[in-house]
Ligand binder design. Structure first.
Ligand code: HAM
Length: 432
C-alpha cells in the first residue's frame, strides 16, 4: 500500500534499484550479442503520427482498433493538430526513419536494433503491461532466406546466453499477397460450415480478418481451425522455396523448431516467414518473442520494394523467465572503498579523499546521514565494500587512513598519498 496515496498507473511498473541488476543483465547481454551479429542501434521518438501505425500495422488489427494511446491536441499550431500515438511497436517507426533519413540510399542493407518502452492499452495481467519494453531488430534491404535464419538464430542465441533454456520456436509461412488471396478463399470455404460454433470475435474475424481465426485460443475455434488445410500447401513456388530455405538453414545451424500451421501474427505487414518463441514458465502470456518478414512495408510507406525481416522480444517477460528459472545474474555494483570518520571534524578530509578515489576511477562512498561510528561500520558492511578506510584523530593528524581489507580481514595504517597509489586500490580502478 502506498504511503502517499498515489500509485503508478494501472499496467505500468516502477523498476526499483533491486531489480536493476536484472535489467542491466538483459540489456548488456543483448548489446553484446547484437554487436556480434553486426546490428547497429537506432533510437526513434516515443510517439509518432497516428497515420504511420494505421497504415503499417493495419486498420483491422487489435492494436489499431483497441490498444493505441492516441492524442489530439487542440491548438492553432498546424503540426499539433495531427493525431499522435504513443508507439505500440517499433517496426514501422524504424522503417519510417530508414526512409526519412535516406538510409536506404546511403547503404541499402541495414541491420538495426532498438531497446526501449512501448505502450498498448491491453487488459493488464502477469506478463502483459500497458507500458513494456522490447529489444528488437530490423534487417532491411534483403530477401535472402538466410537473413530470416540469422534473425531467428540471433533471438534463440540471446535466450541461450541469458540461461533461458527450453525455449520453443514455432515458425510458419504466410506467403506473399498472391498466396494469401488463394488461401483466404480456402479458409472461407472450410470455415463456412463451422461458423455457428465460432466465438463472437471469430464470427467477426470471418468477415474482416479471417486469418486471425487460426490463432484464437477458444476450444471450439481451435477445433474448427484444426480442420483446415495448412497454408504451406498453398504457397506459390517462390514462397515455398523461401520457406524450405529457412527450414534447411535452421537445421544447418542446429536451431530446433516446430512448423505451426496455426501460427499467425497480429500485424498486417508480414509476408512469408513468421515466428514466435515461447517459454513454458510464463503462463498464459507465454510469448517471449515474435517476428517475421515484411517485404512490402518499405514500399507501403513510400520507399522502393525492399525485403526486410525482424523480431521484437519482451524484456519484462524475459525477466519473468529468468526469475522463474532462478538464473543467477551479476549483483548490483558495490563500492570498492567505504570511508568512515570518527568525528564531524574529519568529514571534510574524508570527502576530499572520496573525490580523489572517484577521480582515479575507483567507486567509493561514505556516510551522508551523520551516523555514529558503529552505525557507519554497519553501513560499510551492508554496502559490500571491499575496503573500509577509517579516519580518526590519529589518522587525521598523521595524514593516514586505517585501511581494512574486508575480504582478508587484514588491517594496516597507510599514508593517504600512498593509499591512493597502493596496488590494492589500483586493482579497483574501473571495477563496477
Ligand atoms: P509483438 O509480438 O507484438 O511483435 O511483440 C513482441 C514481444 O513483445 C512479445 O512476444 C512479448 O514478449 C512482448 N509484448 C507484447 N505485448 C506486450 C505487453 N502488453 N506486455 C508485455 N510484453 C509484451 C511486435 O511488436 C513486432 N513489431 C515484432 C517485429 C519486429 N516483427 C518484425 N520486426
Amino acid at each position: 500500500m502506498s504511503n502517499s496515496g498515489y500509485q503508478a498507473p494501472l499496467g505500468t511498473e516502477d523498476i526499483l534499484p533491486d531489480k536493476i541488476g536484472l535489467w542491466r543483465f538483459v540489456e548488456d547481454t543483448a548489446r553484446t550479442i547484437l554487436g556480434r551479429y553486426g546490428y547497429s542501434e537506432i533510437r526513434t521518438p516515443i510517439f509518432e503520427y497516428t497515420s504511420l501505425f494505421n497504415r503499417s500495422i493495419g486498420e483491422v488489427t487489435d492494436i489499431v482498433e483497441k490498444e493505441m494511446y492516441t492524442f489530439q491536441r487542440n491548438s492553432d499550431d498546424k503540426d499539433d493538430k495531427d493525431s499522435i500515438t504513443l508507439r505500440p511497436e517499433l517496426t514501422a517507426p524504424v522503417v519510417r526513419a530508414y526512409l526519412e533519413h535516406n538510409l536506404d540510399k546511403i547503404k541499402r542493407f541495414q541491420k538495426l536494433y532498438y531497446i526501449g518502452p512501448l505502450f498498448r492499452h491491453e487488459r493488464p495481467q502477469k506478463g502483459r503491461k500497458r507500458q513494456f519494453h522490447q529489444m528488437g531488430v530490423e534487417a532491411l534491404g534483403s530477401t535472402d532466406y538466410l537473413l530470416d535464419v540469422e534473425v531467428i538464430d540471433l533471438a534463440m542465441s540471446y535466450f541461450e546466453a541469458l540461461g533461458i533454456k527450453d525455449c520453443q520456436l514455432k515458425i510458419n509461412s504466410i506467403g506473399c499477397p498472391a498466396c494469401r488471396d488463394v488461401y483466404r478463399e480456402v479458409l472461407k470455404k472450410s470455415l463456412d460450415k463451422h461458423k455457428p460454433s465460432l466465438c463472437a470475435s471469430c464470427q467477426e474475424r470471418y468477415q474482416r480478418n479471417i486469418f486471425r481465426i487460426l490463432d484464437c485460443k477458444k476450444p471450439d475455434c481451435r477445433k474448427a481451425a484444426g480442420t483446415v488445410e495448412t497454408f504451406e500447401k498453398y504457397l506459390c513456388p517462390d514462397c515455398r522455396q523461401h520457406f524450405d530455405g529457412v527450414k534447411a538453414g535452421l537445421d544447418a545451424v542446429g536451431v530446433k523448431y516446430q512448423v505451426s500451421a496455426q501460427l499467425v501474427r497480429g500485424f498486417d505487414y508480414y509476408t512469408r516467414t513468421i515466428f514466435e518463441i515461447t517459454h513454458g514458465s510464463l503462463g498464459a502470456q507465454d510469448a517471449l518473442c515474435g517476428g517475421g518478414r515484411y517485404d512490402n512495408l518499405v514500399q507501403e510507406l513510400g520507399g522502393e520494394p525492399t525485403g526486410a525481416v525482424g523480431f521484437a522480444l519482451g524484456l519484462e517477460r524475459t525477466i519473468l523467465a529468468l526469475e522463474a528459472l532462478q538464473v543467477s545474474v551479476p549483483a548490483n555494483p558495490t563500492p570498492g572503498v567505504y570511508i568512515i570518520t570518527t568525528g564531524q571534524a574529519h568529514r571534510a578530509v574524508a570527502f576530499k579523499l572520496l573525490k580523489e578515489l572517484r577521480k582515479r576511477g575507483v567507486s567509493a562512498d561514505m556516510d551522508f546521514e551523520i551516523k555514529s561510528v558503529k552505525a557507519q561500520f554497519r553501513s560499510a558492511d551492508k554496502s559490500g565494500a571491499r575496503f573500509v578506510a577509517t579516519i580518526g584523530d590519529d589518522e587525521a593528524r598523521n595524514n593516514t587512513v586505517k585501511l581494512k581489507d574486508m575480504a582478508r580481514s587484514e588491517e594496516k595504517e597507510i599514508n593517504i598519498q600512498e593509499f591512493l597509489t597502493d596496488k590494492s586500490i589500483n586493482d579497483l580502478i574501473g571495477q563496477k
